[in-house]
Design a protein around this ligand. Structure first.
Ligand code: ADP
Ligand code: MG
Length: 289
């Protein structure tokens, strides 16, 4: 490839909101046949809000939020901030939490007012021997909400639904990628019903749910085969998966870690940037040939 064409392409990219860190990525982008995308913060806006509070029989909404909020006050996860905000808005005083452990991709466990509390995915509660109300959880997840199930002293206490809006242009960007022959695969740690709802809203036919942060890189590698594999993500958890791809994209204002790990940073916070990069790659290479 002529260095001049690549330099010109890199400059054009920068003006269009694509910061190309690795020149080879600009050459490879047009060869992407599969694009793995993270859900939270990539397809969605990444600013979740509590939109559903479903206490189990015998518990109040305020109580459920206060118990969960007590543990979440110790966490930096975007879901945690949403629950703490909702708990404060409900007027509940947050009790203190002790002995809190955070399990990436699953949730939190600790003690609140002398009780054992678990918050997180239904699978995490199962692991901790809390029998969840599956029907209540699936109803919430079917709306595309992320589930935060709550257990107190081994008993299911309710579920909190956290909604994260799909970015307004995600569906259009997915359609553009498909038109360029790219298969889009969503990877998420979320519940399968939540994943299915978000996939349907964005026109994605292929997705993997319940993928633990440590397993995302392997999931990206498993997509290798025909053509190059791209990966778009925003978060700290996405860095290993970005590194595992042939061409990686960090979406906008996400974690610095993602920006450092990625070949191309999309400063406009939109998946359209991936299709733009593929187009730029084609235009750049056609000048080289
Ligand atoms: P994603 O793959 O969507 O970026 P994560 O891997 O961070 O999400 O988390 C996967 C799932 O684990 C979340 O959807 C949520 O159900 C659960 N989870 C993780 N951290 C927390 C937390 N602090 N509180 C409640 N649930 C959590
Ligand atoms: Mg994310």
């Amino acid at each position: 490839a002529t260095p001049t064409a690549i330099m010109v392409g890199t400059g054009q990219g920068a003006r269009a909101g694509m910061l190309v860190k690795n020149a080879e990525a600009l050459e490879l982008a047009e060869k992407i046949r599969v694009l793995a995308v993270d859900k939270t913060g990539t397809l969605t806006e990444g600013s979740p809000e509590v939109s559903d509070v479903i206490p189990a029989a015998g518990r109040s909404r305020e109580e459920l939020l206060a118990i969960a909020g007590a543990l979440e006050a110790t966490s930096a996860h975007p879901i945690a901030a949403a629950i703490v905000r909702a708990a404060r808005e409900s007027g509940a005083a947050l009790p203190g939490a002790a002995d809190v452990i955070a399990v990436a991709g699953k949730g939190l466990a600790g003690r609140v007012d002398g009780r054992d509390v678990v918050v997180g995915t239904p699978a995490f509660l199962d692991e901790r021997h809390v029998a969840v109300d599956v029907a209540a959880c699936e109803r919430t997840a079917a709306g595309g909400m992320t589930l935060v199930a709550v257990g107190v002293d081994g008993v299911f206490a309710g579920v909190i639904g956290v909604a994260d809006r799909v970015r307004a242009d995600s569906a259009a960007a997915v359609a553009r990628l498909k038109a360029r022959g790219v298969r889009v695969v969503m990877l998420t740690g979320d519940h399968p019903a939540t994943a299915a709802a978000i996939a349907a809203q964005t026109g994605i036919e292929d997705w993997r749910a319940g993928v633990m942060p440590g397993d995302k890189a392997a999931a990206v590698k498993a997509l290798a085969g025909h053509g190059r594999v791209g990966m778009a993500g925003d978060g700290i958890n996405d860095a290993p998966a970005l590194a595992a791809a042939d061409v990686s994209f960090a979406i906008g204002v996400g974690a610095d870690v993602a920006v450092e790990a990625a070949d191309i940073t999309l400063v406009r916070n939109s998946l359209h940037g991936v299709a733009d990069a593929i187009d730029l790659s084609r235009a750049t290479l056609s000048k080289i040939r």
